[in-house]
Design a protein around this ligand. Structure first.
Ligand SMILES: C[S@@+](CC[C@H](N)C(=O)[O-])C[C@H]1O[C@@H](n2cnc3c(N)ncnc32)[C@H](O)[C@@H]1O
Length: 315
């Protein structure tokens, strides 16, 4: 595997040592593109963006062979799956330069059957990105409780997609506290004796009951079981599909991407979506007091995004 972060941009163009980069979310490099949308092919537009400018990328490229976005440069209509993988690797190589060194990429992908064979494309793309220098940090299963029924009788109905988390280096911005989830074992509703009383009190682990006297609950496992903000976020996220019907393609449910933006960027940070579609990333970024930059090939989708952003009171 190649080492991450091997950009060839000159120091002048890519001032990675600048003051702006010391603080998470520093946006000096991104000031000129804050809260803007650009129309065109992500591959080309990314080359025009400043280096090390965005804190996190949250995006969902077209799935392979799924929809026609009516443009010759569109991703997803390649003749062979390998061309699709190669195209995405090339686009995200350019996106890597635009990302701050402590930034992250949250990439949503769904799979596809071809002549009864499941192609395994999300993982093939993820492994190709890892080969190209990205660090694969997590594979999150997006479980869709209201997924469309499928007319299949010889295999289970698919009700999940993937959300991959990548970074460029081992030390990256990730606010775990911003996305903790409720404890299960020792939550308010728990029937387990000895746990509830101690919730949120460091060192206040159960002295009686099932876990009485367990030293390991006093250190590392305290965080798991008793952290006042909840346990660390898990990798299966159950999020229903949204109801936004104006777009002819799948848009992100806001609840799916809120954790990505909250953990991936501090308030004021810049969030990029190179496949902006109807602009959900922009709307949610502003709702969470982050900034956005969106790239989109199809002008009519971009107009839809602009309208949604205006309606949400976004700049
Ligand atoms: C699945 S949709 C994204 C939807 C978006 N996440 C939302 O919530 O609205 C994928 C988008 O990528 C756009 N697209 C396809 N190829 C592109 C390319 N080469 N450059 C930029 N956008 C592209 C499509 O037009 C489509 O709007």
């Amino acid at each position: 595997m190649k080492p991450p972060d091997e950009t060839t941009t000159s120091e002048e163009e890519n001032p990675r040592d600048e003051e702006s980069l010391r603080e998470p979310g520093g946006t000096v490099n991104g000031d000129s593109i804050r809260d803007t949308v650009l129309c065109g092919d992500a591959r080309q537009l990314l080359q025009t963006l400043p280096s090390a400018a965005v804190q996190t990328i949250v995006t969902s490229p077209p799935y392979y062979g799924q929809r026609d976005y009516e443009h010759e440069s569109q991703v997803g209509r390649e003749a062979e799956p390998q061309q699709y993988i190669d195209n995405l690797v090339a686009i995200f190589a350019e996106a890597r330069r635009v990302l701050r060194p402590d930034g992250t990429l949250w990439l949503n992908l769904g799979d596809k059957y071809h002549r009864s064979h499941l192609l395994g494309l999300p993982w093939r793309v993820a492994l190709a990105l890892a080969e190209s220098g990205w660090m694969l940090r997590a594979d999150i299963i997006w479980h869709k409780p209201n997924a469309m029924p499928q007319p299949v009788k010889n295999r289970p109905t698919t009700d999940h997609e993937y959300l991959f988390l990548f970074s460029l280096q081992t030390d990256y911005y990730y606010d775990a506290d911003a996305i903790r989830e409720p404890h299960v074992t020792f939550g308010e509703g728990s029937k387990m004796r000895g746990g509830r009383r101690h919730l949120g009190q460091r060192g206040g682990t159960p002295e009686q009951g099932k876990n009485g006297g367990r030293a390991n609950l006093h250190d590392g496992r305290w965080d798991q079981a008793f952290h006042p903000l909840g346990r660390n976020k898990r990798t299966v996220w159950s999020v229903s599909l949204g109801k936004f019907r104006q777009a002819h393609f799948a848009v992100f449910p806001p609840s799916l991407i809120r954790p990505c933006i909250l953990a991936g960027s501090p308030p004021g940070g810049l969030v990029l979506d190179p496949f902006f579609g109807a602009g959900t990333v922009g709307v949610v970024a502003r709702e969470l007091e982050r900034h956005y930059v969106g790239l989109e090939l199809n002008p009519s989708y971009l107009e839809l995004a602009r309208q949604r952003l205006r309606e949400a009171g976004c700049p």
